[in-house]
Structure formats: C-alpha cells, structure tokens
Design a protein around this ligand. Structure first.
Ligand SMILES: NC(=O)c1ccc[n+]([C@@H]2O[C@H](COP(=O)([O-])OP(=O)(O)OC[C@H]3O[C@@H](n4cnc5c(N)ncnc54)[C@H](OP(=O)(O)O)[C@@H]3O)[C@@H](O)[C@H]2O)c1
Length: 291
C-alpha cells in the first residue's frame, strides 16, 4: 500500500513510518515538511500525491500547553484532521486518525470501550474530540484510533523521564490514583499496520493490554533498569495523589484505561500486556547501563 504518515517528528509517527516502510511505500511528513496549521500546505502536498491511506499522528499533545494555546490546539487537533479527511474523502483514500483517552471524563472506574460516552475535560481533550468527529463524519470507512501513555525510542516519555530522575534524585514519586493504559509505540505501529486491512470504520482503542498508573508504570521501569545494572538513587517511587499536583493546569481524567477487545476482534492481534512491552523496550534500548 502507499501510506502517508504525518507527525513523523514525534514519538509515535516516527515509529509508525519506520515500521510501515518494511511492508509499504510510505510518504512521511514531519512539521517542517508540512505544517498542519496551514491548509494550503496540505492541499499542495496531498493534492498532488497518489496514496491509499493517510495515518495522522500529528497533534498538539502537551495537555497544559494546549490549555494555554487553545487556538493552536484547535487548528492542529481539530481543523487539520478535518481538512485532511476532506482531502482523503475526495481522493477515495482512507484515513486513520490517532486520538486520545482524554476524550473521556474518566469518572467511572474500569476499562473504557469505544462506545462509552465521551466528555472531555480539557482544551486538549475537546480539540481532539472535535478532530475525531470531523474525521468520522467525512467518510464511514475512516478510523479513529484512541491511545494513551505512549512510550518508545523516538522521543522521551514519562518512562524515560522517571528513569532519568531516579538516576539523579534520592526522592522521586509518581501519581498513583490516575489509571490508564500504556502503549509501546512499536506495538502501536504493528496494530496500525493490521488496521490498514480492517474495512469497518469507527473508533478502535489501540494500546498494550492492561491498566496502570504513572506509579506502577514508573516502578516497573525502575525495577527493570535496576535489574539491567543501572545505578539508581531512587529504587522505590513514592505514591503521589493527583489532587496534590497543583502545578497541573488542565484537569486530568482519572479512569481512562482502554479496552482492546474491538481491536483484537477485528484483527488477529492480541495486544501484549504493558509490562511485557515495557520490559521489551527497556531491554532493547537500555541494555547497556552507560547512558
Ligand atoms: N504521547 C501520549 O502519551 C499520547 C497519549 C494519548 C494520545 N496520544 C496521541 O497520539 C498521537 C501521537 O502522539 P505522540 O506521542 O507521537 O506525540 P508527539 O511526540 O508530541 O508527536 C506529535 C507530533 O505532531 C507534530 N505537530 C504538532 N503540531 C503540528 C503542526 N501544526 N504541523 C505539523 N506537525 C505538528 C509535532 O511536531 P514537533 O515535533 O515539531 O513538536 C510532533 O512531532 C497524537 O494524536 C496524540 O494526541 C498520545
């Protein structure tokens, strides 16, 4: 297939472009190549290109930055996907738009299914939800792929940040009362590759299986790198409460772990548990304790 991938300067887009290149012809756009806040640039690039599927991994992803820059967030997260969806629909191409667990309010415990009611709490969540709606309205074959807590080798995430802090600081903690799903970017790239052959449009959750908190995710990361021989000042993370994080500008949803049943039913994939994916990432990219 000929696949366009946007957001390839980012954590997910870089992994998706690299991995899909093994099986498809990929045209990759990072922000320098195509600014999604500029409709003319999208028309110039995509209007002249033959492709079958566009995977949009670009977004304003920092939740507090979006809260302070609502116009930019709206342009990148809502208007740009709408514009790309219109181009794809006109050309008969399909679109897979990556979205977020922040479209939920997270009030009810348990796993979030694709059919659960959405009620975003922040500018980030609201602009991403508008992007979802605009993409799904454009063509009923189009897919919204919701994910959460992406980690991987292409851009540092919470996992890398907590390891770096634990190397330097004697007291580190992480929030233990906010629940979501962790998503290894390389596993997501494989999931997206499988979704290329799924004909039924709509929303699919994409992540590793299981639920975690920043605390359980961070502690698992520290345990793994300690076992690999990394010297840490903090071996045990303190448990913090979301309510005490007064520096966070935008409200965060509490229970947004994602149910992957629909993805597993539509493809032959069973997403592996997050602990397994995390261990794979760290054993591969933190193998030598000299960084
Ligand atoms: N990271 C997570 O934990 C997480 C959680 C839930 C959902 N998601 C979703 O997953 C997708 C991928 O996120 P990610 O983790 O890869 O985030 P990321 O590393 O921040 O990547 C997003 C990319 O979008 C680019 N971008 C932003 N504005 C743009 C614009 N106007 N024109 C062109 N490119 C622009 C960024 O460019 P720069 O490199 O120049 O900044 C960045 O490379 C997003 O849809 C996000 O909402 C991520």
């Amino acid at each position: 297939m000929k696949v366009v991938v946007t957001g390839t300067g980012g954590r997910l887009g870089a992994a998706v472009a690299r991995q899909l290149r093994e099986r498809h012809r990929v045209v990759a756009y990072d922000r320098r190549a195509m600014d999604l806040r500029c409709p003319q640039q999208m028309d110039d690039h995509l209007g002249a290109l033959e492709f079958e599927v566009l995977i949009n991994c670009a977004a304003v992803t920092q939740v507090d930055y979006a809260e302070q820059h609502p116009v930019e967030a709206h342009e990148a997260n809502a208007l740009a996907p709408a514009h790309m969806a219109a181009i794809c629909a006109r050309r008969g191409a399909r679109m897979i738009h990556v979205s977020t667990d922040y479209v939920y309010d997270g009030a009810a415990p348990g796993l979030r299914r694709e059919t659960d009611a959405v009620n975003p709490l922040s500018v980030y969540g609201r602009t991403k939800r508008e992007g979802e709606e605009r993409v799904l309205e454009a063509d009923d074959r189009f897919i919204v792929a919701r994910t959460s807590w992406v980690f991987g080798p292409d851009r540092p995430s919470f996992v890398d940040q907590i390891i770096a802090r634990a190397q330097k600081e004697a007291d580190c903690g992480a929030i233990a009362d906010k629940f979501s799903s962790a998503s290894y970017s390389l596993d997501m790239a494989e999931q997206l590759d499988f979704l290329l052959s799924v004909r039924e449009g709509g929303v699919y959750n994409l992540c590793n299986e299981g639920s975690c908190t920043w605390h359980t995710l961070g502690q698992a990361a520290l345990d793994t790198v300690a076992a690999l021989g990394w010297k840490l000042h903090t071996r045990t993370l303190a448990e913090q409460r979301l309510a005490d994080m007064t520096a966070l500008l935008a409200p965060r949803p509490v229970h947004t772990s994602l149910d992957v049943t629909r993805l597993a039913a539509a493809t032959s994939l069973r997403p592996r548990p997050w602990r397994e994916a995390l261990a794979d990432y760290l054993r591969t990219y933190y193998a030598s304790p000299v960084r």
